[in-house]
Write a new protein. Structure first.
Length: 454
């Protein structure tokens, strides 16, 4: 049994003082008590550590390298995608493992305890299967074994280049699978992830409505109907127009009318929705997977957050392209984008509440639901996903209760993160990962031998 004691803690009952947390050998909170005498490992402030619900780990290596203006009239997501394809073509399995491990380490150092890896790279360059069909999925799993992050692996089904069963482009062949090969890949990855700690698991994902037809979505969903199901949707206006032209309705509208979208679903981005789509999605219990830094970097647009929260829609946060991995900055960007859109302040806060607390409560619950992870709150029986803040940081000195969250999110940075525990495993100490040096050295060795001239 491991004992933590905190002067202040945000637990299931809200903010409490002098909180003792007992963590059992399988990483769950055995017992939690307020107004307890100091004991065990003593800290100042603990919070539930959120889940990162959407990541493409390998993209971390090109952070900052896609910012040059091309020769076309307007750069956008689609021109950025060409650069990602160019980079991806050279990656070997060991490269993907090293880059993914580094990204996971940064996630932990920023305050996340777990991640859903939306993993869509499966084949060798040219589209040939590896001898082990789940080779690259197993590299993601191996990275999680190194970092200790709680992993929900989402092997992604990818069929087509666009609506109407368009053939995959040469640079997309590493993504493609038939329904049969995807089933075999999922089975093998399921066996491999069983070697990780008990809080890691596997779920289902299809890339998008452009890349998978309705039959494919239904077949994939049937492979593991009790698992979570993630999909990119309505990220770009061009994508919405393509779906509407092919299906006759907008993408979110089509999904809600034709499939059983429920609490196991995570609709990643969902940036471009009408008011009616926003209302209808909020009623399903599904989670909107928001990635504000990536969505801003790619010029995707601004999520319809004000309406979605008014109707009690659920959402969580992801780091997506991993151009900048920071829990507090993702939340800051989310709220600031809403302020710019609506020309108002505290847009995503509930009446009478701090904005930081409103955001944090929403993403801890939404993230755990999207991963189907028994976390999101510090309560007995849940995984001990714990975030410890450094209250010696200037902007946290003498702060209490919700002011702590407001200062962390709106005035803070990753330096405020002192410790992180993932299912009872302490992976961050004094602001750094316990294997920071080794993971960083391997990452640096990897990028030095890659061609990063995009």
């Amino acid at each position: 049994m491991t004992t933590l004691w905190a002067e202040q803690a945000l637990i299931g009952k809200g903010w409490q003082n002098n909180v003792r947390v007992e963590i059992n050998q399988i990483g769950r909170i055995e017992y939690i008590e307020a107004d307890a005498k100091p004991a065990g490992h003593r800290v100042k402030v603990i919070l539930p550590a959120p889940a990162n619900l959407h990541s493409h780990g390998f993209q971390r290596a090109v952070a900052g390298l896609t910012e040059r203006r091309s020769h076309i009239s307007r750069d956008n997501f689609w021109t950025w995608r060409v650069l990602i394809y160019k980079f991806l073509g050279q990656l070997q399995p060991e490269d993907i493992q090293a880059i993914t491990a580094y990204a996971q380490m940064e996630m932990l150092e920023s305050g996340f305890a777990s991640v859903a890896e939306f993993h869509y790279v499966h084949q060798q360059p040219g589209g040939v299967h590896y001898q082990n069909i789940a080779e690259l999925s197993e590299r993601v799993i191996a990275a999680a074994g190194e970092t200790g992050i709680g992993l929900t692996l989402l092997p992604v089904f990818y069929q087509y280049s666009g609506c109407g069963k368009q053939q995959l482009q040469p640079e997309q062949l590493r993504f493609g699978n038939s329904l049969d090969s995807y089933s075999r890949l999922f089975e093998q990855a399921s066996l491999a992830i069983a070697d990780l700690s008990a809080d890691s698991q596997i779920g289902l994902a299809v890339h998008s409505m452009r890349a998978v037809d309705p039959e494919g979505m239904n077949v994939v969903r049937s492979i593991a109907p009790q698992s979570v199901f993630h999909i990119h949707v309505a990220e770009q206006v061009k994508e919405v127009d393509e779906i509407e032209s092919h299906y006759g309705v907008r993408p979110v509208e089509w999904l809600l009318e034709n499939l059983d979208v429920n609490e196991k679903w995570c609709l990643v981005h969902a940036t471009h929705m009408t008011e009616q789509e926003t209302l209808n999605l909020s009623k399903t219990g599904a989670v909107a997977g928001l990635c504000p830094i990536t969505e801003s970097n790619l010029g995707d647009g601004v999520f319809n957050g004000q309406s979605y929260l008014r109707w009690d829609g659920k959402f969580g946060i992801g780091t997506d392209s991993n151009i900048r991995i920071s829990l507090c900055e993702e939340l800051r960007m989310l709220e600031y984008s809403q302020r710019l859109k609506h020309k108002a302040r505290a847009v995503l806060s509930k009446s009478g509440m701090s904005t930081g607390r409103s955001l944090f409560d929403a993403i801890t619950l939404g993230g755990s639901q999207a991963l189907m992870r028994n976390s999101g709150s510090l309560q007995a029986g849940m995984f001990a996903d714990i975030l410890v803040l450094d209250t010696d940081c200037v902007d946290l000195v003498d702060r209490v209760d919700d002011d702590i969250l407001d200062c962390f999110i709106f005035a803070g940075n990753n330096d405020m993160v002192s410790e992180v525990w993932s299912a009872g495993r302490q992976v961050i100490k004094e602001g750094q990962h316990i294997h920071h040096s080794e993971i960083t050295q391997r990452y640096l060795a990897t990028i030095k031998q890659l061609n990063l001239s995009l």
